[in-house]
Design a protein around this ligand. Structure first.
Ligand code: AMP
Length: 215
């Protein structure tokens, strides 16, 4: 099964993708994570992407589609893909169609996480992750059970994304409205979009996604 999680920054795409990975052994393909890894490693792609990401703008379609192609090639043919943060433009929709068709894959569902934009800035600006295992936390909504220690792996190192500040979040949302929201009608026309209330609690959102996948 191949699915897209769609929604503005902070909608919970990454959180839900991680759960599907754990439960169904699917693979999360997050272009944001791939780009952050490239920035950290100082690769040519990373050097090109760094400033764009810090501004909250979109990296070029060619770069992200190439990253997705590489990840798909590294996966077993029977492993399902969860696209998280990709596609984000109409050009990326076209690229993804081709990448999937070339590999004999089909797109089963596009799940749109619907959220109240006013809540997103608070959600995003308080979030942090375990530097070791990537588990997500939030200053206000989900602190580690033992302060300063990751619930999942016991690490005491945490990190925050440099683009999770209010100014950049506003740009990221504007990019979403201008370039990403317009791709929904393309998938609507194919009859594969399900809308899920992304403001519900995390377990409810997961359950709604699982119901969609179960058909
Ligand atoms: P994310 O982790 O999905 O919020 O992405 C973080 C940043 O990476 C975005 O603000 C963009 O600068 C860049 N990025 C991630 N995915 C894409 C994409 N599909 N197309 C263009 N830029 C992207």
């Amino acid at each position: 099964m191949n699915i897209i999680l769609l929604g503005p920054p902070g909608a919970g795409k990454g959180t839900q993708a991680q759960r599907l990975v754990e439960k169904f052994g699917m693979r999360q393909l997050s272009t944001g994570d791939m780009l952050r890894a490239a920035v950290k490693a100082g690769t040519p792609v990373g050097l090109q992407a760094k400033a764009v990401m810090e501004r909250g703008e979109l990296v070029s379609d060619e770069i992200v589609s190439a990253l997705i192609g590489e990840e798909l090639d590294a996966m077993g043919p029977d492993t399902g893909a969860i696209f998280d943060g990709y596609p984000r433009t109409a050009a990326q929709v076209e690229s993804l169609d081709k990448l999937l068709a070339d590999r004999g894959r089909t797109l089963d569902h596009v799940i749109e996480l619907e959220v109240d934009e006013d809540a997103l800035v608070e959600r995003i600006c308080g979030r942090f992750t375990c530097a070791n295992c990537g588990k997500g936390y939030h200053d206000k909504f989900e602190q580690p059970k033992q302060p300063g220690v990751c619930d999942k792996c016991g690490s005491t190192e945490f990190k925050r994304r440099p683009d999770d500040n209010e100014e950049t979040v506003r740009t990221r949302m504007a990019e979403y409205r201008a370039k990403t929201a317009p791709i929904l009608p393309i998938y609507d026309a194919r009859g594969i979009v399900t809308r899920v209330n992304g403001m519900a609690d995390i377990d409810h959102v997961t359950a709604a996604i699982e119901r969609t996948m179960a058909g």
